[in-house]
Design a protein around this ligand. Structure first.
Ligand SMILES: Nc1ncnc2c1ncn2[C@@H]1O[C@H](COP(=O)(O)OP(=O)(O)OP(=O)(O)O)[C@@H](O)[C@H]1O
Ligand SMILES: [Mg+2]
Length: 248
C-alpha cells in the first residue's frame, strides 16, 4: 500500500477553542476508514481540515505523497432533515458535483450528462432523476448527496454520517455500494454505528480531541476504552455485528 496523504501534527480550533490537538496520521490508498467518536469530538472538523476549509492553527495536511489535489476530493456533508427547500431535480444535484471538471464555459455537455446517468444508475437513482429534491425521503436524499460527491470521480471520498436516514432494510445495500466505490477510491466515513460499519470498513479512526488509528475492522469495547473513545458498540463479541445481506 502507498500513502495517499498525511496529516502532520495538526491542531485545529474555532476562535480560541481548540478542537483537535496534535493529530498525526497517514492515510493509505484505497483504505476504507470508519471515523468514530463522541458528539463534539472533532470528526466533522477533521474532514474540514482535510478539505482545506479550516486552516489548522499549527501543523499541516500534506497532499504530496499521493499527489492528491483538493478537486479530487468528494465530500458529502452531514445532512440535517429539512435541508432541501431547493426546487432542483436529482439530476441537477448530481451534475453540480462535476462543476470543477468542466471547461471555462461551465456548460453541462452531453458527456457530463452521460456520466451523471452512469453514477445515478450505479447508485439506483435513475427512477428519481427528474424528481424534485424536496419530494425525496431522507434515505433517498442521502443517496443523491452520495451521487453528487462521487460524480466528480474523486480519489478521496469523505462522508459525514451518510446513512443516518437510511432504513435498516436498505443499509446493507447502501454499504455494498460504498464497498464497490472503494475499489476505485479511498473512503473516510464518519459514523455513530461502529458495530454495523465494522462489517464494511477496513479500519477505524477514533476521534476525540485527537486521533487513534485502528488498522483493522474488528474493534472491541476494550480498544475504545484504550483510545479514550467513549462510545459503546451496539453488540459485543468477536464479530461485533452480523449484517444480513439482501437476498434476490
Ligand atoms: N463553526 C464552529 N464555530 C465554533 N465552534 C464549532 C464550530 N463547529 C464546531 N464547533 C465546535 O467544535 C467541537 C467539535 O465539533 P465537530 O462538529 O467537529 O464534532 P463532531 O465530532 O463532528 O460531532 P457530531 O458527532 O455531533 O457531529 C464542538 O464542541 C463544536 O461545538
Ligand atoms: Mg459531525
Amino acid at each position: 500500500m502507498s500513502t495517499l496523504f498525511s496529516i502532520e501534527s495538526v491542531t485545529a480550533a474555532y476562535e480560541t477553542k481548540v478542537v483537535l490537538r496534535d493529530v498525526t496520521m497517514a492515510i493509505e490508498e484505497k483504505d476504507f476508514i470508519g471515523i468514530i467518536g463522541p458528539n463534539g469530538g472533532g470528526k466533522t472538523t477533521l474532514l474540514k481540515v482535510i478539505l482545506g476549509l479550516l486552516k489548522p492553527v499549527s501543523g499541516r495536511v500534506d497532499y504530496s505523497p499521493g499527489d492528491l489535489k483538493l478537486n479530487e476530493i468528494g465530500y458529502m456533508p452531514q445532512v440535517a432533515q429539512g435541508d432541501t427547500l431547493f426546487p432542483v431535480t436529482v439530476e441537477d444535484v448530481v451534475l453540480s458535483g462535476m462543476m470543477h471538471s468542466m471547461g471555462a464555459t461551465g456548460r453541462m455537455g452531453r458527456r457530463e450528462k452521460k456520466h451523471a446517468s452512469e453514477v445515478m444508475e450505479e447508485l439506483g437513482l435513475m427512477a428519481l432523476a427528474h424528481q424534485a429534491l424536496n419530494e425525496l425521503s431522507g434515505g433517498q436524499l442521502q443517496r443523491v448527496y452520495l451521487a453528487r460527491a462521487v460524480s466528480g470521480s474523486p480519489r478521496l471520498l469523505l462522508l459525514d454520517e451518510p446513512a443516518t436516514f437510511v432504513d435498516t432494510s436498505f443499509e446493507a445495500d447502501f454499504y455494498d455500494k460504498l464497498k464497490l466505490l472503494n475499489n476505485r477510491m479511498t473512503i473516510m466515513m464518519v459514523s455513530h454505528d461502529a458495530g454495523t460499519i465494522s462489517a464494511w470498513v477496513k479500519s477505524f479512526a477514533c476521534v476525540n480531541g485527537t486521533i487513534f488509528y485502528h488498522p483493522h475492522s474488528k474493534i472491541t469495547d476494550e480498544d475504545l476504552r484504550l483510545y479514550g473513545c467513549p462510545i459503546q458498540l451496539v453488540t459485543h463479541g468477536d464479530v461485533p455485528h452480523v449484517v444480513l445481506h439482501k437476498h434476490n
